[in-house]
Design a protein around this ligand. Structure first.
Ligand SMILES: [Zn+2]
Length: 255
């Protein structure tokens, strides 16, 4: 399995990071992709990826919840890392729109997202898209800029069947995480076997822990619960889902 979206560089894991990584390896998580949040998370993310080479892979971007009056400065830092640093990044993200937490900077969020879409295209990198209560607008912006160099993942997908069809039509992928295990998550009525070629697994740790650990700190080893539930939902065995989603992730992030 590959965890395509996990924030294990955050302080929530400072007490047991090595043990947590070992638990992930023990359940068969073979790689992880780490989306950035903002300028304050970069150093810890890069340090961890250097320590865990060929296991943890960094992305570079600005989270929509960190978009505020200083977003231009934040984006300059993102560009600086993408173009003028010695680090290799495997995606642009996480970026996108969040209408759930705060609607104050929606206009700025959209500008920041479009700039990051362009950065992804120029650098031939996939996007890791955050689309909380904003999936239609994210789809619209992706469709507006779509070309053969624009691809990526709608991370933590929790939308409708119609939205999933649009995402797949744009040649994008849906990241399936803890929401698939939630009783009222709704994904059981949306995701079908036929979508498997456009799905990847993720935890979004430390957030969104799957049932039976809902509400606790999430970690990549819990991908096993997400895989198990997805298997029940679409009626495909776990091994096959793990193989296909792993191949999908390797294709997206080019590893
Ligand atoms: Zn995230």
């Amino acid at each position: 399995m590959i965890d395509t979206h996990t924030h294990i560089y955050l302080p929530e894991f400072d007490v047991d990071r090595n043990e947590m990584l070992q638990r992930a390896k023990d359940v068969g998580v073979e790689k992880m992709f780490l989306p950035n949040i903002d300028k304050d998370s970069i150093d810890n993310m890069i340090r961890l990826c250097n320590e865990e080479k060929n296991y943890c892979y960094p992305m570079m971007g600005l989270h929509p919840c960190s978009v505020n009056v200083n977003y231009e400065n934040e984006l300059r830092i993102v560009e600086e890392y993408l173009y003028n640093s010695n680090y290799k990044f495997y995606g642009v993200g996480e970026c996108g729109l969040d209408y759930y937490w705060d609607k104050t900077f929606i206009a700025e969020q959209k500008i920041a997202f479009e700039i990051q879409i362009q950065l992804a295209k120029k650098n031939r990198l996939p996007l890791s898209i955050h689309s909380r209560e904003s999936t239609d607008d994210c789809i619209e912006l992706i469709a507006k800029h779509k070309d053969e160099n624009l691809h990526g993942v709608f991370h933590c997908f929790s939308g409708t069947a119609d939205q999933l069809e649009k995402i797949i039509a744009l040649d994008f992928y849906a990241g399936i995480g803890g929401v698939v295990t939630f009783k009222n998550g709704g994904l059981d009525k949306v995701i079908k076997e036929e979508h498997l070629r456009n799905l990847v697994l993720e935890t979004d740790a430390p957030y969104l822990a799957p049932v039976p650990l809902r509400g606790k700190r999430n970690e990549p080893s819990y991908l096993k619960y997400i895989l198990k539930r997805l298997s029940e939902v679409i009626g495909v065995n776990e091994k096959e889902i793990a193989e296909i989603t792993t191949a999908n992730a390797k294709k997206i992030f080019q590893v």
